[in-house]
Design a protein around this ligand. Sequence first.
Ligand SMILES: Cc1cc2nc3c(=O)[nH]c(=O)nc-3n(C[C@H](O)[C@H](O)[C@H](O)COP(=O)(O)OP(=O)(O)OC[C@H]3O[C@@H](n4cnc5c(N)ncnc54)[C@H](O)[C@@H]3O)c2cc1C
Length: 378
Amino acid sequence: MRFDTIIIGGGLAGLTAGIRLQEEGRRTAIVSSGQSALHFFSGSFESLKDCPEAEELFDRAGVRLHNLPGSRRLLPGGAFREAVLSLGDVSLLPGEGPIGKKALIVSFNGYHDFFPELLAGALEKDGTPSIQGIVEMEELAALRKSPTEMRSVNIARVLDKCPDKFVQKVKELLADGVDTVILPQVFGLDGDEVPRAISEGLAPLKVIFVGTLPPSVPGIRTQNMLRRRYERLGGTFIIGDSVVSGAVHEGIVSSVASHNLDTYRLFADNFILCSGSFFSKGLHSSPTAIEEPVFGLDVEFPEDRSLWYEADFFEPQPYMGIGVKADKDLHPSIGGEKVTNLYVAGAILGASKDGKYGTGAGKAIKSALAAANKILSL
Ligand SMILES: Cc1cc2nc3c(=O)[nH]c(=O)nc-3n(C[C@H](O)[C@H](O)[C@H](O)COP(=O)(O)OP(=O)(O)OC[C@H]3O[C@@H](n4cnc5c(N)ncnc54)[C@H](O)[C@@H]3O)c2cc1C
């Protein structure tokens, strides 16, 4: 099979690049072995304050993004962090001062992936007293029979069908003086209409959605919506297969082989490698080396292994910045020789010295757009 561009990895970077290229009428395929980091996504794109090109591309996929300069967001553990470009249902809060007069923090019996006590402690310090409430609904009773079923995605599957009833149940928990309601992000697997309907149903109370432990409902929604957009544009999404090697001759990739396609090869003019970092197996580490397993691309890492990590677990870990070496056009190299029709984007890319692409999801989006735009300009 022949394509204009083959993208290896269907997470945030791969899908962003794929949509960009398909929107310009290119014939592309994404090969992706499995889950991406989006399944663990907080809903906020680290290191990205604004990016009109991404905002418009996501908007066309039905994914609403927003940011408000100077605002904050509330993290699941109770810390506040400066807001960045975020999904529409990530609540942006004023930069300073109490978030409300009094908050109601809502959870469910048997749900252990959300931490009302931690949030209450943090809000108290910030000047907002709070009370806690448990929503009881017969629709959730079946999930509670097995503790492993009381997870955010399963709760969303139930509550997405009856948001009005949920709103009614929250209203029954309200007490005098409550002007703010804090809810776990367990709504809207198919779009952000349900979280929006809940906010509207509880108005004029202020509703703040706070992340939960994975799996992430907003992250899975984002992955599904981007994939849907990509496929509607005519992109070929091959899920559950892994690219295992590439044929590279004199700095040019002609084809790649995958695990499932056996001896059949995928050919393209250009390739983008978006296979993620260690977490997604885009990078492998052994006691002596860090390797990129598909093409054997050059990876920049210190020889002294003790420099890969910081002994204090809570400090930033240097291995998180380790990745494939790339030039200014995102071309990698093999044994020092540039590969001219291969681009690397997303978490597999090492931290750039000039910080051009930032970190986290911001890096995934910016580098994916840069790689796709480079291909479009050829
Ligand atoms: C657990 C976790 C949570 C995170 N949360 C956030 C967050 O909330 N905000 C933020 O800004 N950043 C977050 N990050 C940083 C994250 O790296 C980026 O947000 C971004 O999603 C990475 O996107 P990516 O497409 O580069 O890689 P990934 O999302 O890792 O996707 C890579 C994809 O490639 C596939 N793949 C790998 N090898 C092959 C192969 N050989 N053949 C075919 N497919 C292959 C994988 O299965 C995977 O689907 C998180 C990272 C992790 C690991």
